[in-house]
Design a protein. Structure first.
Length: 318
């Protein structure tokens, strides 16, 4: 399905050098902020108090956050847990205040506002658990990266695998750079968003790489640069439909999801925007500079079926 069809190919690769220099500078800035400022880690990673509170009726989360904030606790996470009457509260550890003292202070404030508030669970999450979660998150990221490289190398060619993984890591580091620069809270949902962006970004790269491979089969007189420009131009309509639909859903979470989903949606928004950019200008350009050519993708000897140049279904599939 296409909303529109561009008749003339857009010369994307003509501007690849300038845009990749900008990408490199942005990447270096992100690494700088990650090194100097670091990530503002949430309770799951640093340790703190976890409370589960139940009410007789649905509760106003904003009022709860305001009441807890008056106690002087910062970066407190308050969200519904299961039903609108159950609330999960996460508070970072405070020097000189025990977990029991924190929960007593909070429960006194909650009961003063609503006598039906009942403490169902109170736990202390130690920093060792946070270190384990951080290590597991890094392992998950490493497994995803290695899996993507193996998949692309088998499906296409090693040059595409290298190009795609550089572009995907470019997206991840820039997301982390935003969180380091603005000191937004980095939590487990944000980590999940980063891993989702990896898969989402590689999907866009695969669509473009698929069309490049089909173009090498169909457009035998075209040079590599023209092949890549045609592949990107011919998938623009698909890109707008797919990414536009996804971004609408993410935007609804960002605007109406409340504080619980705010940074998760924010990470996805940054990832989607940079994922489109990196797939077009970073992944495709790096593959071009690595010297990808028709012989890398087209096997001789009849092992592969040649694509009919008049086949309207040739190329990437939405």
């Amino acid at each position: 399905m296409e909303f529109f069809k561009i008749r003339r190919d857009i010369p994307f690769m003509r501007h690849a050098l300038v845009l990749n220099v900008i990408s490199a500078l942005t990447f270096v800035a992100a690494v700088f902020f990650l090194t100097t400022r670091g990530l503002h880690l949430s309770v799951e990673f640093t340790g703190g108090t976890l409370m589960e509170v139940s009410y007789a009726q649905a509760v106003d989360l904003e009022a709860l956050r305001g009441g807890i904030a008056k106690l002087g606790y910062k970066d407190v996470q308050v969200q519904n847990f299961g039903t609108a009457r159950d609330v999960l509260i996460r508070m970072p550890a405070v020097k000189g205040v025990s977990s029991g003292q924190q929960s007593e202070q909070v429960m006194a404030t909650l009961k003063a506002a609503d006598a039906s508030a009942t403490l169902r669970r109170n736990e202390f999450v130690g920093p060792q658990v946070g270190d384990e979660l951080a290590l597991d998150g890094l392992k998950a990221l490493a497994f995803v990266v290695v899996g993507i490289m193996i998949y692309l190398a088998l499906r296409f060619e090693w040059k595409f695998a290298v190009a795609a993984i550089i572009a995907n890591l470019h997206d991840v580091v820039i997301i982390l750079g935003f969180f380091a620069f603005f000191q937004w809270e980095f939590s487990l949902p944000v980590l999940a968003a980063v891993l989702a962006v990896l898969g989402y970004s590689v999907n866009e790269s695969v669509v473009i790489f698929d069309r490049i491979r089909e173009n090498f089969r169909r457009l035998r007189k075209m040079e590599t640069v023209a092949i890549i420009d045609n592949a990107i131009t011919s998938t623009i309509s698909r890109t707008i439909i797919t990414h536009g639909s996804t971004q609408l859903m993410v935007l609804s979470m960002l605007l109406f999801g409340g504080p619980t989903l705010h940074y998760f949606a924010l990470a996805l928004t940054i990832g989607i925007l940079f994922g489109i950019y990196s797939s077009v200008f970073v992944a495709a350009a790096i593959a071009m500079w690595l010297g990808v050519k028709r012989e890398d993708l087209i096997k001789t000897g009849g092992a592969r079926r040649e694509t009919d140049p008049n086949d309207p279904n040739a190329g990437a599939v939405v």
